[in-house]
Design a protein around this ligand. Structure first.
Ligand code: ME8
Length: 635
């Protein structure tokens, strides 16, 4: 029988564009999905979006568009981002899809049939930021306990779920399934919460329109968490005619979530499933948070990092690597550009990139562009490689990704040490392409094959580049047994460094530009400004006189712009990814003329041009619709 692995991510709210935190959970899920596939599992990997509820209704209202339009817009960005990050999900569920609504109706029908739903009046402290009611005792300084959002007293008629009836059953289930919640510390929190007593849960809202109508009573909509959690089964066809997928994949092997939503997954969700007579998921893992400036990165705190620049400049792999290597899975970690760059240069450009380049250059030279003619039985390097593989497998199985990667990097430095110790160049000089040299180089190349297999779930693009250079068949791209690299087979051509080293100064200048661009592109609503505040910003039309690229920068362009001031102004803009300097000359643009000067990569910029931002982050210049003299004001 095929071994099955069903893994899910949370479905993300569509009130804002994705940030690093959302990406993290999906990347980890993708790494596990790829790893399990590599180990022979039949994997089903689900992600999606949570599109109903007050948060989304409110965000759409602020933008003056219908909630569905906001959802469609943000979902587009998610699809694009998952493609850019090489995510291999098997399905993407949206809670506004009919197949999902059918699943929710069926779950509620079963819970009603079990006698677990009744109608009563509900009064409580409601936090619209978290979509949750909180009991008085949980409020902190009169605000919601998790984020300090304001709460409001709400009373309404509501359908209730008899959660209190599941307290003992849940505790018994936890006792019998001590691995249900990971890490273990979080498990204890969950158990303590349930031991503290469970109250019945209000699971409908009469105050809200944007949701799934309550079956048989459309004055109410289904509470957004009942709606959202059902995605894990509605995506498999629960509630539809075709139950094949549901039969095959449910229960889930792993719900991967952030620790912020552990209670919903470890208390409410199992209780709903018990009530509906359905099997419970096997495990929920609550990972830690990416922090920025010591706080959880979140939209409401306004401290999110959007990774457009990192992905645009480096592709998916370095960011995927950073996520998995930098965070001890389960604990919090801080995100910083410095941290990213130092891992990139130290681990990728130097560690992996240099070792690969060094070994390949020697192998190509000594054996005429082929793998050596003679493989090797025993060797110190082989022993180290086998030890690394064992540690890697154990760590991956135990979700200790940073340790798995440490094992791989130890093998890389063992290869380096082995090369230094054996000095193949000396042997080549003395003996030519001898048997001894062949065995030594085989050891190095085979170790690199194993490295590529091990990193392939984390950095699939990089693994492919290594496999382009090493002649491996499909089995050799997946299997971790020593000795699968063929002898005397042609090596691929040199394609340049895997990870070109990045200059710190250039990096930080580009990060700065991209932050400006992505803030403009964010759907985040800032507070309203007064007309007086707006009037402080001097917007004028300018004509581009000259334009040239800033040396060593991919995106920065240095412009001289006529603002009708006599002397043209120097402005540096991050538009070089979308525009050639030549095509800018003569264009009319709109410039913020009274911006504080900034120096980008050593070039002073005295103003900023305005550009619209496409969903992929690329800029489109704003230009007046008719000819206007330079210096004309814009308001
Ligand atoms: O909670 N660090 O959606 P959401 C790490 N729709 N992970 C983070 C993070 C951070 N700073 N910020 C967000 C919801 N995440 C509900 C879920 S599921 C049935 C419904 C990740 O858009 C983390 O996985 O607020 C967290 O649980 C999830 O994004 C929350 O995404």
């Amino acid at each position: 029988m095929a071994r099955i692995f069903y893994i899910t991510t949370p479905i993300y709210y569509v009130n804002d564009l994705p940030h690093i935190g959302h990406m993290y959970t999906t990347v980890v899920a993708d790494v596990l999905a790829r790893f399990k596939r590599m180990r022979g599992f039949e994997v089903f990997f689900l992600t999606g979006t949570d599109e109903h509820g007050q948060k989304i209704e409110r965000a759409a209202r602020e933008q003056g568009i219908p909630p569905q339009a906001l959802a469609d817009q943000v979902v587009g960005r998610y699809h694009e981002l998952w493609r850019e990050l090489a995510i291999t999900h098997d399905d993407f569920i949206r809670t506004t899809q009919e197949r999902h609504k059918a699943g929710v109706r069926e779950l509620i029908r079963r819970m009603s049939e079990a006698g677990d739903i009744y109608k009563a009046s509900y009064e409580g402290w409601y936090c619209s930021g978290c979509e949750s009611f909180y009991p008085e005792t949980q409020l902190k300084d009169g605000r919601c306990p998790d984020f300090g959002h304001p709460v409001e007293r709400l009373a309404e008629e509501s359908y209730f779920f008899r959660l209190s009836a599941y307290q003992e059953k849940l505790l018994a289930f936890y006792r019998e399934n001590p691995d249900f919640v990971r890490p273990a510390s979080r498990f204890n929190e969950v158990v303590r919460f349930v031991e503290g007593g469970l109250k019945d849960l209000s699971i409908s809202r009469a105050s809200l329109r944007w949701g799934i109508p309550w079956p048989g009573d459309d004055r109410h909509v289904v509470y957004v968490w009942v709606d959202a959690l059902t995605n894990y089964i509605s995506a498999l066809g629960f509630g539809s005619e075709n139950q094949d997928r549901f039969q095959r994949f449910w229960p889930a092997d792993l719900h991967l979530v952030g620790k912020d939503i552990l209670r919903f997954h470890c208390v409410y969700w199992p209780a709903f499933l018990m009530s509906a007579g359905l099997p419970l998921p096997k495990q929920v893992f609550g990972h830690g948070w990416w922090l920025k400036d010591e706080k959880k990165m979140s939209k409401s705190l306004g401290n999110v990092v959007r990774p457009d620049y990192l992905i645009g400049q480096f592709g998916a792999d370095p960011l995927r690597y950073f996520f998995l290597r930098e965070m001890t899975f389960g604990q919090d970690a801080s995100f910083s550009d410095e941290g990213f760059l130092s891992r990139y240069n130290a681990d990728l450009a130097n560690g992996l990139g240099n070792t690969f380049a060094r070994v390949m250059a020697m192998a190509r030279r000594y054996f005429d562009g082929k793998t050596p003619p003679e493989a090797c039985g025993e060797s110190t390097l082989r022993a180290k490689a086998e030890e690394a593989v064992a540690r890697y497998l154990e760590s991956m199985e135990g979700y200790e990704f940073h340790r798995a990667l440490e094992a791989v990097w130890e093998l890389l430095s063992a290869v380096d040490g082995y090369v230094t110790e054996k000095a193949p160049w000396g042997i080549f000089k003395a003996e030519g392409a001898s048997g001894r040299l062949s065995r030594i180089m085989y050891n190095c190349l085979e170790s690199l094959r194993l490295v590529a297999v091990m990193i392939s779930p984390v950095m699939p693009g990089t693994a492919d580049k290594v496999f382009d250079a090493l002649p491996t068949d499909d089995a050799g791209k997946k299997q971790l047994a020593w000795g699968m690299l063929p002898v005397s087979a042609a090596l691929g051509p040199d394609q340049g460094p895997l990870f070109p080293k990045v200059d710190d100064k250039a990096f930080f200048a580009e990060v700065k530009v991209s932050e400006q661009v992505s803030e403009q592109g964010s759907t985040q609503q800032s507070e309203l400004v007064s007309i007086e505040e707006f009037a402080r910003i001097k917007l004028v039309v300018g004509k581009v006189v000259t334009a040239e690229r800033v040396p060593k920068s991919k995106k920065l362009v240095r412009l001289e712009v006529d603002l009708g001031e006599g002397q043209p102004r120097q402005i540096v803009a991050g538009i070089g990814g979308s525009y050639q300097p030549e095509e800018l000359v003569g264009k009319l643009i709109v410039v913020v003329a009274n911006l504080k000067p900034a120096t980008l990569m050593g070039v002073e910029s005295r103003g900023m041009l305005l550009a619209a931002t496409l969903p992929d982050g690329s800029p489109v210049l704003l230009t007046p619709e008719k000819d206007v003299p330079p210096g004309a004001g814009v308001k």
